[in-house]
Design a protein around this ligand. Structure first.
Ligand SMILES: *Cc1c(COP(=O)(O)O)cnc(C)c1O
Length: 428
């Protein structure tokens, strides 16, 4: 049934039948740690993965399950696993693919925290990373080696709002027999469906647009169900016998749901980065209006970007939706509904002017977040990207004179008025 629904209907209904016990129309918050087994044999079957059901909320919870089914439907995936944050989702996605000595090839244009997670923290697992400018497809091909286990990019990238040519990158991943992982936090399935373009896995920070009101941290890994984990012998966690489950082979047993089952039965069980049912509830509430919100976000962002580009106090604007952007052709082809609502601009007057501008905004909130209904601002170089080297900052689009805007869904006239008065103060 879900397959025939449009985007907004799916966002409201997928994964959520009326509660079988009470008829409750909205998804209840199942605030419980454990679930009573019917008998000892039932418990044994659940533990042995011979039957699917609820055991313990580190693994599965009905409120979280409803959200997982909904996001899987919205992204066109076979299954999804929610977890405690976007960063947790990245580890959960990589964990079954990687091992000591293995590497990922990742875009240079990523959320600052992801660059740090990849370049510093995953080293301690023995995992490597090679950063490549994904506009250079030859460089991508060259970077892939025998130990590469995945390609990672953002659909629309933080902080510049640049866009990735997912179909082209997916073709290269496919030719190399590797899964493509796309962080679709900034695109959301409203603007971008990475799986339709050839991605294997989609990750999200649900903290951002998917929830949309700045209330929770959450993440998700969506599996396309299309990758053949057994073909190359490179993904033994999915294709070979699993000692913790009496030699069960995930791919052979669960087919297109192998990655999803592994994510729950091994990932959440042993890494424990579980989403709590309260967070799932907030995200379920927010996601119902994703289509309405994203349309308004994009409309406002386009108007603000055009206004800034025409202002003499502004040096440049990165919004890929602008005709002047080097990414505009890709944007039109791959992201016809728009390129989101996060972008940067550089202000004339450098670091000093950038900081003064941020300090003088009144409607915008100066916070380390994005994708809220409210307009938000941050000076990336001194905050989200401060742990990067100067070269990494420039490569990520977070130089000293750069200000990042997350355009909200307020009245656009009020947003522009606030920017105007803060620019006046900054250029004084
Ligand atoms: C925020 C963000 C993340 C990290 O998500 P958290 O929920 O903060 O852990 C990852 N990728 C992108 C693009 C983000 O904006």
């Amino acid at each position: 049934m879900t397959k025939t629904w449009g985007f907004d209907t799916t966002a409201i209904h997928a994964g959520a039948e009326p509660d079988p016990a009470t008829g409750a129309r909205q998804v209840p918050i199942y605030q419980t740690t454990a679930y009573v087994f019917k008998d000892a044999a039932h418990a044994a079957r659940l533990f042995g993965l011979q039957e699917v059901g609820y055991i313990y909320s580190r693994l599965t919870n009905p409120t979280v399950s409803a959200l997982q089914s909904r996001i899987a439907a919205m992204e066109g995936g076979a299954g999804a696993v929610c977890c405690s944050s976007g960063h947790a989702a990245q580890i959960l996605a990589l964990f079954p693919l990687m091992g000591p000595g293995k590497n990922i090839v990742a875009s240079t244009r990523l959320y600052g925290g992801t660059i740090t997670q990849f370049s510093q923290t995953i080293k301690r697992f023995g995992w490597g990373v090679k950063f490549v400018d994904l506009d250079d497809l030859d460089a991508l091909r060259t970077a892939i080696d025998d130990d590469t286990r995945a390609i990672f990019c953002e659909s629309i990238s933080n902080p510049g709002g640049y866009v990735t040519d997912i179909p082209e990158v997916a073709r290269i991943a496919d030719a190399a027999g590797l899964p493509l992982i796309v962080d679709n936090t900034l695109g959301t399935p409203y603007l971008c469906k990475p799986i339709e373009m050839g991605a294997t896995l989609v990750v999200h920070s649900l903290t951002k647009y998917m929830t949309g009101n700045g209330t929770v941290t959450g993440g998700v890994v969506v599996d396309s169900g299309k990758f053949d984990w057994s073909a190359s012998g490179k993904f033994p966690s999915l294709s070979e016998p699993e000692p913790a489950y009496h030699g069960l082979k995930f791919h052979e047993t669960f087919g297109s749901l192998a990655f999803t089952f592994h994510g729950i039965a091994i990932g959440l069980r042993d890494l424990g980065m579980t989403m709590n049912p309260q967070a799932a509830h907030y995200t379920l509430m927010g996601i119902e209006t994703l289509g309405l919100r994203m349309a308004k976000h994009v409309e406002n962002a386009r108007k603000v970007a055009e206004w800034l580009e025409g202002d003499a106090r502004v040096a440049s604007v990165t919004y890929a939706g602008l005709a002047s952007s080097p990414w505009n052709a890709t944007a039109r082809r791959v992201y016809p509904k728009g390129t989101g609502a996060l972008f940067t601009f550089s202000i004339k007057g450098g670091y000093e002017a950038a900081v003064k501008f941020v300090d003088n905004l009144k409607l915008f909130s100066h916070v380390a977040n994005l994708g809220d209904a409210r307009s938000l601002v941050i000076h990336s170089a001194s905050t989200t990207h401060s742990q990067l080297t100067d070269a990494q900052k420039i490569a990520a689009g977070a130089g000293p004179d750069v200000v990042r805007l997350s355009i909200g869904i307020e009245d656009v006239g009020d947003i522009i008025a606030d920017l105007d008065q803060a620019l006046a103060e900054a250029s004084r």
